[in-house]
Design a protein around this ligand. Sequence first.
Ligand SMILES: NC(=O)c1ccc[n+]([C@@H]2O[C@H](COP(=O)([O-])OP(=O)(O)OC[C@H]3O[C@@H](n4cnc5c(N)ncnc54)[C@H](OP(=O)(O)O)[C@@H]3O)[C@@H](O)[C@H]2O)c1
Length: 281
Amino acid sequence: MQYITFNHQKTSAIGIGTWHIGEGNQSQTEAEMQAIRYGLDHGVNLIDTAEMYGEGLSESLVGNVLKDYHREDLQLISKFYPFHATPQLIETSLKASLKRLQTDYLDLYLLHWRGNTPLSETVSGLEKMVQAGLIKNWGVSNFDLNDLKELSNLENGNHCRINEDLYNIGSRGIEYSILPWQKQHDMSFVGYSPFGSDGSEYLNIKPVIKEMALQKNISIHQLLLAWVLRNHDLLSIPKTGSANHMQSNIAALDVQFTADELELLDKSYPKPTSEPSLETI
Ligand SMILES: NC(=O)c1ccc[n+]([C@@H]2O[C@H](COP(=O)([O-])OP(=O)(O)OC[C@H]3O[C@@H](n4cnc5c(N)ncnc54)[C@H](OP(=O)(O)O)[C@@H]3O)[C@@H](O)[C@H]2O)c1
């Protein structure tokens, strides 16, 4: 396993994504639990979930797996809906998530995306949850540069530990200013949907990827994940409901690129050259 510093802690370079996990039939659920166990048994030490995922089904499945592990060895991220972003509703949502997850604290609690509640109210609610010992730290998701700057100027806004945005080879916008800004402000970055999410709707796999994967004797998914992790400076959270895929994703951490290979990929999937609007899934 390869580790990075994330949220001021030694963290596996991939975490476990859980969107759509826990929503299927019994045999799917069993396979998903095995996939998560495989990851945890092979050094992955972070899980990303949300109250939105299956309206609690994902958190419940994660809770069922976690009861067999030492809680303090893992970082657990969950997220609340923007329409639960007032102090009172944050507390209600958090307590429900903790119950489903069968734990008494989260490592990170994130505003899933920005809604209508003033950010200052949300920050104040999150700070109260830190003081109550129910979360260790908090963060945000789907924030663009302006959102991050606005947040950092609020009272306690600089306590925001992480921002989680879309990042894969077809969606490179965050490289332009969000990632550099977060590094400068000691805020860890999580990239979601390294494979462009379920199906190929969000990511156009061009021939260069297929040819390079073949040459390197790796799968397309391994190439996509290794590319996201190439600079060892962010966390990626692939989702899989299969232990075999989890094994393959962990093995992708050993894949290296030459400068020529990266240049070739840049030609088909160019770096942003101006501030793009934030892409989300
Ligand atoms: N903060 C946000 O707003 C936000 C938004 C989207 C996602 N997320 C988080 O990021 C996580 C990952 O994103 P995502 O779920 O959208 O999609 P993703 O991880 O980009 O892709 C998941 C898809 O890839 C397949 N897959 C995984 N490993 C594979 C492998 N080795 N070989 C072949 N197929 C493989 C999965 O199928 P199998 O299950 O069959 O392996 C699934 O269909 C989510 O689960 C969630 O935790 C956060």
